[in-house]
Design a protein around this ligand. Structure first.
Ligand code: ZN
Length: 408
């Protein structure tokens, strides 16, 4: 299993993996505690729990079941062609200018293309789809960060802003806290205007599964307190990736919520912290550092529970969110999501985290701006348009970013 997993990662390529997968490859590569066993073949159709999960109140398929040619269709290949005749709105360009707050160093990841050329093509796409500025979460410090300053800021200072990473070496040394602060100051002077993304999927911010639980550096650790305070002093926000989608900690079996394209993120059986343990860090961190602005990306991985997410926003005025890579949370609950984005319109920022493809951006515009129904998306369920009013869109797309990012 382990071998297969690595083989998959090797062949998948940067772009095919999408966003959060990048941070996965950058270090969050937990080993499984136990091999995940192949699901036992079972007659699920007579299992009461399976029937309840599968059919809800309908309690069954309502038609006679029998064997047939579809029995050989694999879940990972299933792509039903819809016969629904309905509105399909093509939105080539966002209605209002957009600042995308969640991107990575994609131009360097296109195989067979010079990064500079990829960057120029990206700029052309940004113009076409209506992206005014892109915020690159470099996750980098030291000379790697400096090369990105040269690549983006020296050429296109008006189109890009850079976030630097947090120092991850020598976390066990007494001088670490001071070293991390010093490097932050240096990156700020080089041009960094934020930190991110800082990721903890269970093994601390280094993502190193070899560390024992007491060696791991989690976000509320006293060793990083001076760093968070320095962020407040420099007035730079922190993009924080805490936990992951809750389904990542559920078994990869018949009840797994997300489709196999997400199985690379599955953490079931690992010995890192679990979903709830990780999310428990968030209120503690926000209370401990009320002057530091945190942007919890991917709707804080709470997009499946907008009530709890709203409560967290209410309790912590220094918390903001980005919607990157959570198209499938928004798209499956369009009414609740539209209400949430209106109610907390001052607290949510637009981000993509999914590469540089024109169609991807246009997918977002259709999701947020149109009232289209039953749209294809990235998970097994369909998306429904939110039809957000301009008053919400202008904050989500741009004004909140202008407000909380450091533009000096
Ligand atoms: Zn990201």
């Amino acid at each position: 299993m382990k071998k297969n997993r690595r083989g998959f990662l090797k062949s998948a390529g940067w772009m095919g993996l999408g966003a959060s997968s990048l941070s996965y490859l950058q270090g969050c590569n937990p080993e499984r505690k136990e091999e995940v066993k192949a699901p036992i073949s079972k007659e699920w159709t007579s299992d009461p729990e399976w029937l309840k999960v599968r059919y809800g109140a309908w309690s069954g398929p309502g038609v006679p079941l029998g064997p047939g040619p579809m029995d050989d269709v694999l879940l990972k290949d299933y792509a039903p062609r819809s016969s629904l005749v309905t509105e399909e709105t093509y939105i080539p360009k966002a209605k209002l200018p957009v600042i995308d707050v969640h991107l990575h160093h994609y131009p360097a990841r296109i195989q067979g293309k010079r990064p500079r050329k990829a960057l120029e093509e990206w700029l052309k796409t940004m113009d076409e789809v209506g992206i005014e500025k892109s915020i690159i979460l470099t996750v980098a410090t030291g000379s790697l960060f400096d090369t990105m300053v040269d690549f983006y800021l020296n050429s296109y200072p008006d189109r890009f802003q850079l976030f630097c990473g947090i120092e991850k070496s020598d976390i066990d040394k007494p001088e670490y806290p001071e070293k991390a602060v010093k490097e932050l100051q240096r990156c700020f002077e080089m041009g960094a205007r934020g930190v991110g993304e800082v990721t903890d999927k269970g093994y601390g911010i280094t993502g190193d599964p070899r560390l024992s639980p007491d060696e791991r550096l989690h976000i509320d650790d006293a060793r990083i307190d001076p760093f968070w305070r320095k962020c407040a002093e420099l007035k730079i926000p922190v993009n924080l990736h805490l936990a992951d989608h809750p389904s990542s900690w559920q078994p990869p079996d018949v009840f797994q919520e997300r489709t196999p394209i997400f199985q690379q993120f599955n953490q079931y059986g690992n010995d890192g912290l679990g979903y709830d343990e990780l999310l428990a860090f968030l209120p503690r961190l926000l209370s401990k550092h009320p002057n530091t602005t945190f942007i919890a990306c991917h709707l804080a991985n709470l997009g499946n529970d907008l009530g709890r997410l709203g409560q967290t926003l209410e309790n912590h005025p220094n918390l903001y969110l980005d919607i990157s890579a959570r198209d499938y949370e928004i798209g499956r609950q369009p009414r609740a999501a539209a209400r949430f984005l209106s109610q907390y319109s001052d607290r949510v920022l637009f981000g993509t985290d999914m590469g540089m493809d024109k169609g991807m951006y246009q997918g977002w515009w259709r999701l947020l701006e149109s009232a289209d129904e039953h749209m294809p998306g990235r998970s097994w369920w369909k998306y429904y348009g939110l039809e957000l009013p301009d008053s919400v869109l202008e904050k989500l797309y741009r004004n909140n970013a202008l407000e909380i990012l450091n533009w000096t």
